[in-house]
Design a protein around this ligand. Structure first.
Ligand code: AMP
Length: 210
């Protein structure tokens, strides 16, 4: 039985969208690192104030800070996205999981290209209350600018502006090959075509991960 999954991919590769449906499908609690950090920023906590500047620029928050967050959230069973984002985080996660005497079952890589992510991120809107993602064209809300789930206003994330998107994509290019290599060697890497709509990608994942 699948108990621990990591969802990996570039910003805009669909991790946030797929984790919602996959958490239900596999009946696993979801951990979205970006969502956890955004909640801290919104709540004005010490951690939130510490990470806000990095997030607005699309830069990675230093590992030392992120490690504490991940240690507090990873436990038992999960589907995780947003971590690891570089090789040192991947190794760190190994140490944490070893300590807990567990390992991941699948590392799912949502493979996309730059055009797809620029299109998705620039048209992405998120609910400022519950964080649900929309796409102005492919996944629009029923009522303009309003969340289907909770009725709150939709906003554009600061880091979904064009120059920040570019920065995030470049970081992904720099860091991703080492991570993919790491999980490939562990025999856990599952590569899935992340292009197309939510249900197409979901069907591809379901076909491979059983
Ligand atoms: P996301 O919602 O996953 O795109 O994450 C938004 C932002 O949160 C990133 O651009 C980083 O600034 C920060 N962040 C999320 N996950 C990590 C991580 N594993 N390591 C460092 N920074 C992160």
């Amino acid at each position: 039985m699948i108990k621990r999954i990591i969802l990996f991919g570039a910003p805009g590769s669909g991790k946030g969208t797929q984790i919602e449906v996959l958490a239900n499908y596999f009946n696993l609690p979801k951990i979205s690192l970006g969502d956890i950090l955004r909640k801290e920023v919104k709540g004005g906590s010490t951690l939130g104030n510490e990470v806000k500047n990095y997030m607005d620029k699309g830069a990675l928050v230093p590992d030392e800070t992120i490690t504490k967050v991940i240690e507090q959230n990873v436990n038992g069973e999960f589907i995780l996205e947003g971590y690891p984002r570089n090789l040192s985080q991947a190794k760190n996660l190994e140490t944490i999981l070893k300590r807990l005497n567990i390992d991941i079952d699948a590392f799912i890589y949502l493979d996309t290209d730059e055009k797809t992510i620029v299109d998705r991120l620039s048209a992405r809107r998120v609910c400022k209350q519950c964080g649900t993602n929309y796409h102005l064209k492919n996944m629009p809300p029923k009522k303009e600018n309003t969340c289907d789930k909770c009725g709150s206003e939709l906003i554009q994330r600061n880091d979904d502006k064009p120059d920040v998107i570019k920065n995030r994509w470049e970081i992904f290019l720099q860091e991703s090959s080492q991570i993919l290599d790491f999980y490939d060697k562990k025999g856990k890497l599952i590569k899935v075509d992340g292009r197309g709509n939510r249900d197409d990608v979901l069907a591809r994942i379901q076909k491979i991960v059983k």
